[in-house]
Design a protein around this ligand. Structure first.
Ligand code: TXA
Ligand code: MG
Length: 335
């Protein structure tokens, strides 16, 4: 047992210094964050950043988030205003990404030519240790090939990149499992471009004003400001049929074995007793944090089953997490 513990510790250590060296030499590594795994490089080195785009197969029009240790480091690369500073003090380190004006030092390929930059300070202790060791801001999108489901464990990163996989720092399963909230502070009214773990109401409480209304944003086409958010994203390979509620899923989903039914809570299992379809559950009792943590890993497992259709239902929106989960479910069902 002791031996096993020792060998795990030394593996981790070797991996850590390898990752630091790789980053400092302008390479790419995969790192855990509290949300999903990220594919990181030095943010201020355009050649290093170009390697992320190549590895992910990501269009150069889709900008990256720059990860910083704290507000002080953010101020070296961007111009946070009073509201931004308030939000950083309240929610950092944590899953809130802020879009603000960038400084010249940020290469154009990080921001896809925009005059703004997305900044976030992750809370995962390993990512923070890497930020401290390199002393430099790190650009990092989610560590998945372009337009596939984000990874929430080191194994998923390795599986999705295969032999092209960069060094991966294993920080276990991500605690949150869904990507950060992206909040644009450069619009007249601050606007959530991607719902996430930090809720609209939590942000409104801190800044003392309402954020832009999501329906109005959708109508005005603002999501196109954030190129990665309007495309088909976060979708498994198997086609998804999405129902407005668990009630309608239980009424309408076919029972035959070529189907996979994913339900939010084990409490609904008895209703599917007589079905030949394969059934997967996202949580024990419907807890939204547990559903968020398990969603992506479940979608990846679903693909391995090679079923004809995956049936899923939207959740009742009660908080930021349920809003973020529904957002990803809608994207997963885009074709
Ligand atoms: O939780 C997360 O945010 C994870 C972890 C690794 O930090 N990262 C992540 O990165 O989800 P990515 O690249 O998969 O998603 C970032 C989104 C993209 O849709 C991108 O278009 C948007 O943020 N974005 C980045 N910079 C932007 C900018 N300057 N203006 C508008 N949107 C921006
Ligand atoms: Mg992504």
């Amino acid at each position: 047992m002791l031996l096993r513990k020792q060998s795990t510790a030394s593996l981790q250590k070797a991996n850590f210094s390898l990752c630091i060296n790789t980053l400092l030499e302008g390479g790419v590594v995969a790192l855990p964050t509290e949300t999903v795994y990220g594919l990181a490089s030095l943010a201020l080195d355009p050649d290093a950043v170009a390697k992320i785009y190549r590895l992910k197969g990501r269009p150069s029009t889709n900008p990256l988030i720059v990860h910083v240790l704290n507000l002080e480091q953010a101020m070296e690369i961007s111009y946070p205003d009073t509201i931004c500073k308030l939000l950083c003090r309240k929610f950092w380190p944590g899953p809130l990404t802020l879009i603000i004006p960038k400084k010249k030092v940020v290469p154009n390929n990080v921001t896809a030519g925009l005059g703004t930059v997305a900044i976030r300070s992750p809370s995962h202790p390993l990512f923070r240790k890497v930020l401290k060791s390199t002393g430099k801001p790190l650009a990092a999108p989610s560590a998945n090939p372009y337009s596939t489901v984000s990874p929430t464990s080191a194994e998923e990163v390795v599986n999705s990149f295969g032999s092209a996989c960069p060094p991966v720092l294993d920080g276990g399963k991500c605690k949150i499992g869904l990507e950060s909230t992206v909040l644009d502070l450069t619009c007249e009214t601050p606007t959530i471009l991607r719902p996430g773990p930090i809720s609209r109401t939590a942000v409104e409480k801190v800044i003392g004003r309402k954020l832009a209304n999501p329906t109005e944003i959708f109508k005005s086409g603002i999501p196109r400001k954030s190129p990665g958010l309007s495309d088909k994203h976060y979708a498994p390979e198997t086609p998804v049929r999405l129902y407005p509620s668990i009630k309608s899923l239980l009424e309408l989903a076919p029972s035959s074995s070529e189907n996979l039914i994913i339900i939010p809570s084990k409490e609904f299992l008895p209703s599917l007793d007589s079905y030949s379809a394969t059934v997967m559950t996202l949580s024990e009792n419907g807890d939204s944090l547990e559903i968020g943590r398990n969603l992506y890993a479940t979608l990846k497992k679903a693909d391995l089953l090679k079923k004809k259709i995956v049936h899923l239902s939207l959740l009742e929106e009660t908080d930021g997490m349920t809003e973020a989960i529904n957002d990803r479910l809608r994207r997963a069902s885009c074709s």
